[in-house]
Design a protein around this ligand. Sequence first.
Ligand SMILES: Nc1ncnc2c1ncn2[C@@H]1O[C@H](COP(=O)(O)OP(=O)(O)OP(=O)(O)O)[C@@H](O)[C@H]1O
Length: 256
Amino acid sequence: MSLLEVRNLTKRFGGLTAVHDISFDIEQGKIVSLIGPNGAGKTTTFSMLTGLVKPSSGGIHFQGKNMVGLPMHVVSSQGIVTTFQKTKVFTTLTVEEATLIGTYNWVNTRLPDILLHNKKFCLEEQKARERVKEILQYTNLYEKRKLKCTGLSYGEQRILEIAVAMAANPVLLLLDEPAAGLNHTESQDLMNMIYGLRDSGITILLIEHDMSLVMKISQHVVVLNFGEKIAEGTPAEITNNEKVIEAYLGAGVEEE
Ligand SMILES: Nc1ncnc2c1ncn2[C@@H]1O[C@H](COP(=O)(O)OP(=O)(O)OP(=O)(O)O)[C@@H](O)[C@H]1O
C-alpha cells in the first residue's frame, strides 16, 4: 500500500475543469514533485489533498484512510500538512511563537487545562517548547527566535514557513514553491533541509517551477497539463518525455 493514493481525482469550478481524472501514488519516504505549466492544476490538486477544496469526484486515500470530505484540520491531524503561505499572517509574533503555533496539531490540552494552567498543560507546553527548540536549531533560526517574523529576511521567512509546518509533525509535507524568490545559496540550503526532512522519515510532495531543483531533488515526478496528468516517472524519464517537452515548449517556458 502506498502512503497516498490519488484516484481519478477531478475538480470542476463551474464550467471549468481545473483537474481532470488524475491518479498517482506517493510512496513513503520519497521526495515527489508535481510540475506543469501555469494553470495546469497543481495548486488545485494540493488544495484537494489538504482538504481546502472538495473534489468534484475521485478518491484520496492516505495511510489507507479516505480523506475526501474531511475538513482541513482533520486532514492535518492525520499527517498531511502544508506550509502557511506568507509569514505576514504572523506579523505580531516572534519566530518562536509562530513555530509554537505549529504544534497545535498534536499538543493534547483542552480548554479547562489551559484555563487552570494545570500539570497536564505545563507538561504539554514543555514538550511543545522542546520540539520548537529542536526545529529552530535544525532550520538555523534559533538565534533569531526572539525576533518578530517580519524582522527576518525573505529567505528566512520562507524557511520559517517550513519550520511552522515541521512543528505540526507531518507524515506527508506539501511544499508549494518553496524555492520561489530564493537566491542560489538559499536554494542549496533549502535542498539540504528537504533531504534532512526526508531522512527523518517525512515524505515530501512539492510544487516547484525551478526545474533544476526538481530534477536534482525528486525521486518521482508527476506532470500535469491543462488539468490532466500527461506523464510521471523519474526525473530522467520526464526530461525525455515527448508530451512533457511539448507542454513546456507550447507554454513558452525555456529550459533553465
Ligand atoms: N477557485 C477557483 N475558481 C475558478 N477557477 C479556478 C479556481 N482555482 C483555480 N482555477 C482555475 O483552474 C485552473 C488550474 O489552476 P491552478 O491554480 O490549480 O493551476 P497551477 O498549475 O497551480 O497554476 P500556477 O502554476 O500558475 O500556479 C486555472 O485555469 C485556474 O484559473
